[in-house]
Design a protein around this ligand. Structure first.
Ligand SMILES: [Zn+2]
Length: 251
């Protein structure tokens, strides 16, 4: 991406009149922060078509509308379609770790806007957004569910209601970091349930699950299975980031 060359004296005047704001958080930045922010923005990899119709794994070449990646071909996930906005890699990692573990929530609007862009097709006609729940114990430690913040922000942009009470995490599964695909699947198997008092809300509905990162898809698939058993007819998944290379599995 070419950067617009602005004479430094003019740039300083501009900074005085209009101090630089983060492209991601919207916060006022010092000049060194501003350089780092612009650098980060330029290195984010946005995910577009073509991709696996099921899990959204990006393909280098168009392979047909219903093409599946090798992994989905071998083991089809329980969600119908998953899409993500940005590739999880060395450049983007800090954004999500600051959000998830550092409690920095000032980028949520930016994350939600990118998810809206990449999730256009799966959000069309959706009845509700459901954030992937944290177990109560984990929620108390972290103080907020990052997936719920994303769902609320997307709902504010497109008007699709979000529902945080319906899906529950009943098993406090150990961290998924570093586990293999099959280990992750076993880990989250039976970890979710639908609250009996809200179960009827799902009958015949098109649900979009919301989470921060798609790692192997095991958690999203387990959630989708639970929601379909309770009557949802279609369950898609939308995340801000996606691990594309297996060695970058989120720790
Ligand atoms: Zn796939």
């Amino acid at each position: 991406m070419n950067r617009l060359k602005v004479p430094s004296s003019f740039s300083r005047i501009l900074d005085t009149v209009l101090p630089p704001h983060s492209l991601i958080t919207g916060k006022v930045l010092s000049s060194s922060d501003n350089d780092a922010d612009t650098e980060l923005w330029q290195h984010l990899k946005f995910i577009d078509d073509p991709c696996c119709t099921a899990c959204g794994f990006p393909f280098e070449f168009e392979q047909g509308e219903e093409a599946l990646c090798m992994r989905c071909h071998a083991h089809k996930p329980d969600f119908d379609h998953a899409r993500a906005a940005i590739t999880y890699d060395d450049n983007s990692r800090k954004l999500i770790l600051d959000f998830k573990h550092g409690g920095r929530t000032d980028g949520v609007k930016f994350f939600a806007a990118q998810m809206l862009r990449s999730g256009g097709q799966i959000l069309e006609g959706a009845d509700m957004l459901i954030p992937v729940p944290l177990h109560q114990k984990r929620l108390r430690q972290r103080r907020f569910n990052q997936a719920a913040l994303l769902a609320r922000s997307i709902s504010g942009l497109n008007g699709i209601p979000y529902q945080t009470e319906l899906l529950r995490r009943t098993k406090n599964t150990p961290s998924q970091g570093g586990q293999t695909f099959s280990g992750r699947r076993r880990n989250v198997s039976g970890a979710f349930s639908v609250s009996p008092e809200h179960g009827d809300l799902l009958k015949g509905k098109h649900v979009v699950l919301i989470d921060d990162v798609f790692t192997t898809g095991s958690t999203l698939s387990a959630c989708a299975k639970t929601l379909k058993r309770a009557g949802a007819i279609r369950v898609d998944a939308l995340t801000f980031m996606r691990v594309v290379r297996p060695q970058e599995i989120l720790k």
